[in-house]
Design a protein around this ligand. Structure first.
Ligand code: GAP
Length: 494
């Protein structure tokens, strides 16, 4: 089990991530990634892209600007509704998110309350400023977007995008025409989003600049289920906490067809299963650390009709925390842009003509990276980051056992050949035990050690991170052996 300080201090010490602009005293809500963090994040993004674009041959990756004109965000509803409730202390001026003040007092989620409701709860619970115990001022809506003035006179108003999704909606029609004019069609972006969070906290959990990986699936509600038939033959169960229960640390294991019987469309349940498989099979998240949490009408984002959060239990953050969401946004966004831009968004395909509906699979990349670090952190008599091998920043380390007798030269030549196929790291400093320990701490799954026997044609040892078991592999077969170990085709442990 990892505390917040465990994960953060390992991240800082081993080149994963740390607060940005530390030289200038930090910069609340902004984080930089180091050399290992970038590799881990890239590998998570690659796995995400492979998994979710792999759901259909009509799903694609695009990229759009991070600055959007005010008119587009007015049409999407963000200018008027993308708000949190702000409460400011009348004595010290400290700002708080209203729901966070309540949650600190009640220890349950208090989302979706209006400023008046928050004022009433603050009065009832007799909450004072956590900083100076002063009186809290009236709650008010605070828009979370960063405004910008474009051009030398700043006369054109714009915002940093608060979600990647809007860039996709603005380009939907162009892509529909350029592609096969078929629905369902999916467009994904992995890119930055910006929110002027009132109280950024808990590391990468609430940032002001962060990465999202979002897939927008455009579909016709009359036929979507035919394209994604729910296969219940494997008897897969979905881990769900219903809206009324999500302050409990548990989940029900519910058969997919039973979730449909509760009124969720089968195409929605199909995607819950796809997301759950991504976490359990591809990312190897322990089953009991994963769940979907239903949001009720008050808690849902203003654009969603059905909304389940994807949650991972992280000891460093105190329990189940949101890392993504499965959002049925209806035709809200395209209709909004149709009205805002005066450009028809309906498309014709076959005998149908309609403004497509959208199912959004939305993931916070930084939150996922943190969750992976939290779950991989294992400290017993040694500290090991038990990352799934595919996510590890370095796949294979190469060590000369000693720095003499021709061993370093042989090790360097093995390193040169392995790094053509894998992210490899050469280390000849310190004792072999310390070199293993350094690789364990960044999650390197395999370490190759070159010794005297290697010079006699007896290959090198390959050590597996978690079991610490070693096998001897002929030099010419090392690369293929690592590839098989990486894919899980073979194992060091018999
Ligand atoms: N396009 C839909 C959307 O943006 P959201 O629930 O507001 O929905 C999606 O955000 C995901 O983005 C969240 O589940 C979370 O993982 C991530 N996210 C949102 N705000 C964040 C923040 N301030 N810092 C880090 N990640 C954030």
């Amino acid at each position: 089990m990892a505390s917040y300080d465990d994960v953060m201090s390992l991240s800082v010490r081993r080149g994963f991530l740390w607060p940005a602009a530390e030289l200038y005293g930090g910069f609340g809500g902004f984080y930089d990634y180091g050399h290992n963090g970038v590799l881990l994040r890239r590998r998570w993004e690659d796995l995400w892209t492979e998994t979710f674009l792999g759901l259909s041959d009509n799903y694609y990756l695009i990229d759009t600007t991070t600055i959007l004109p005010e008119a587009a965000l007015k049409a999407s509803g963000h200018v008027d509704h993308f708000t949190d409730v702000l409460v400011t202390c009348t004595r010290c001026g400290e700002s708080y998110r209203g729901d966070h003040l309540l949650e600190a007092a009640t220890h349950v989620e208090e989302e979706g309350l209006t400023p008046a409701e928050i004022d009433a709860r603050i009065r009832d619970l007799k909450i004072r400023c956590p900083n100076c115990k002063g009186e809290l001022g009236p709650a008010r809506e605070f828009n979370m977007m960063f405004p910008l003035g474009i051009g030398p006179t700043a006369k054109d108003r714009a915002y940093l995008r608060p979600e990647t999704a809007q860039g996709v909606y603005l380009n939907f029609k162009r892509e529909f025409e350029a592609l096969r004019r078929k629905l369902p069609m999916g467009l994904a972006i992995v890119g930055r989003a910006y929110r002027n969070e009132i109280s950024p906290r808990q590391g990468t959990y609430r940032m002001r600049e962060f990465l999202q990986a979002e897939l927008q699936i455009f579909f016709d509600p009359a036929t979507f289920a035919d394209f994604v038939p729910l296969d219940t033959s494997a008897g897969e169960r979905i881990r769900i906490a219903w809206a009324a229960e999500k302050n409990e640390p548990t989940a029900h294991e519910i058969a997919a067809e039973a979730v449909v019987e509760r009124g969720l469309p089968s195409w929605y349940v199909y995607h819950l299963l796809a997301v759950q498989r991504f976490y359990l099979a591809a990312l190897r998240i322990p089953r009991d650390a994963f769940r979907f949490a239903e949001l009720d009408e008050k808690e849902r984002a203003f654009y969603n009709k059905i909304h389940f959060d994807i949650q991972i239990r992280q000891e460093s953050l105190g329990g189940f925390r949101e890392v993504g969401g499965v959002h049925y946004r209806t035709d809200h966004d395209l209709k909004g842009h149709e009205a805002g831009s005066h450009t028809k968004q309906a498309v014709t395909f076959g005998a149908s003509k309609l403004v497509p509906h959208v199912l959004e699979l939305s993931f916070g990349v930084d939150r996922n990276v943190w969750a992976v670090l939290d779950l991989a952190f294992a400290k017993g008599d040694r500290l090991v980051l038990r990352l799934p091998p595919r996510l590890a920043p370095v796949t294979v380390a190469v060590f000369p056992l000693v720095n003499k007798a021709g061993i370093p030269e042989r090790a360097e030549s093995i390193f040169a050949s392995l790094r053509k196929r894998f992210t490899a790291f050469y280390d000849d400093s310190g004792s072999i035990g310390r070199r293993y320990a350094r690789m364990d701490e960044i999650g390197t799954p395999f370490s190759v050690t070159v010794d005297h026997e290697s010079l006699e044609g007896n290959g090198a040892t390959v050590r597996e991170r978690d079991s610490q078991k070693q096998i001897r592999v002929p030099e010419a077969e090392l690369a293929d052996a690592i590839a098989k170990l990486l894919s899980g085709e073979t194992s060091v442990v018999p």
